[in-house]
Design a protein. Structure first.
Length: 319
């Protein structure tokens, strides 16, 4: 059965936009493949970091809202984003982060491979997780990170939920996940037959408060489908499950359907194409502010409202 194949992107809320660029591009070495705006609130950037070509499944994106209070941990939110790194690279990353005076936790073993938990400059819980999963990946030649150590894309997300059974039945019955069992109080699921970034884990906390969006938190989790036809089929399944999906929204680089899963986490179904190169030369992705056609007539006022962003090497950050 064709359907969801894995993570497409994860969108998070950041504080200062320049700090965000300095960390994800300058320290983690990911390519800023798209510098755009929040299409629903164009006075805010939407920044996309990915591999050298911006393959679906490699990008973590940010809405910089420095005026927001910090995210409140709680149920109904994605609480952690895991980025894939090559097998055998964990020590390199621990040393690199220490050189940049970034606090990291002890290296863990998760589902058989090494994982390094850390937080980004605005409080987002991240994990660099070693994996040998096959994936579409293109190196970024200008990355400050050596090719053999570069982040390969998304690996998994972790959710907090009050009622595991509600979300579990939806994941397995509608989205096509399979239950892979619990490990250290985290219940694991993966897309049956999916590609890279096909994992999700849930911790059930029945007495926790509802979480709240804010800086350092995850806004939504997007799952990828190969084409428009599959997206419409998935939307019908989600609608049949009474999750009230939106109509298909054209985001220009992909098409999106949004809905709340039973535990309250905002999910998205996003198509693989047409991709980030539809409106930019692949050689210069992310170097200029790109607006979808329906916002282009407002470029002057949008640019005037946005703070300037410089490449990390020019920002004065200690990299």
């Amino acid at each position: 059965m064709t359907g969801v194949t894995g993570l497409h992107h994860v969108t998070c809320i950041a504080g200062d936009a320049q700090d965000n660029v300095d960390f994800y591009s300058g320290v983690l070495g990911m390519r800023l493949v798209k510098k755009s705006v929040n299409q629903d609130s164009p006075g805010t950037y939407h920044l996309f970091y990915a591999d050298g070509e911006g393959h679906p499944g490699t990008d973590i994106t940010f809405l910089p809202w420095p005026e927001m209070p910090p995210a409140k941990p709680g149920v109904g939110l994605a609480m952690e984003v895991s980025l894939a790194i090559p097998l055998g690279s964990i020590d390199y990353w621990a040393e690199r982060l220490a050189e940049h005076h970034l606090g990291v936790a002890e290296i863990e073993t998760r589902r058989g491979t090494s994982a390094l938990p850390l937080t980004d400059p605005h409080g987002l819980p991240l994990v660099l997780h070693e994996t040998g999963d096959d994936r579409d990946f293109t190196l970024w030649k200008e990355s400050p990170v050596p090719v053999e150590k570069q982040i390969r894309g998304l690996h998994s997300v972790r959710l907090w939920q009050r009622d595991l059974a509600l979300t579990s039945s939806f994941l397995t019955g509608v989205l096509g996940f399979v239950d892979i069992g619990a490990e250290n109080d985290w219940f694991g699921f993966e897309i049956a037959g999916g590609g890279s970034g096909r994992y999700l884990e849930i911790r059930e906390i029945d007495d926790a408060d509802r979480g709240r969006w804010g800086t350092g938190g995850v806004h939504h989790v997007a799952w990828r489908v190969p084409d428009d036809k599959t997206e419409l089929e998935m939307r019908a399944r989600i609608d049949h499950a009474r999750r009230r999906p939106t109509e298909v929204i054209d985001r220009f680089w992909f098409k999106s359907v949004y809905f709340l899963e039973p535990g309250g986490v905002l999910f998205e179904i996003a198509t693989d194409g047409p991709g980030f190169a539809i409106d930019e030369d692949p050689a210069s992705l992310g170097e200029h502010l790109v607006l979808p056609p329906w916002l282009e007539s407002h470029r002057g006022e949008i640019e005037a409202a946005l703070p300037p962003i410089k490449p990390p090497a020019e920002s004065g950050a200690r990299l």
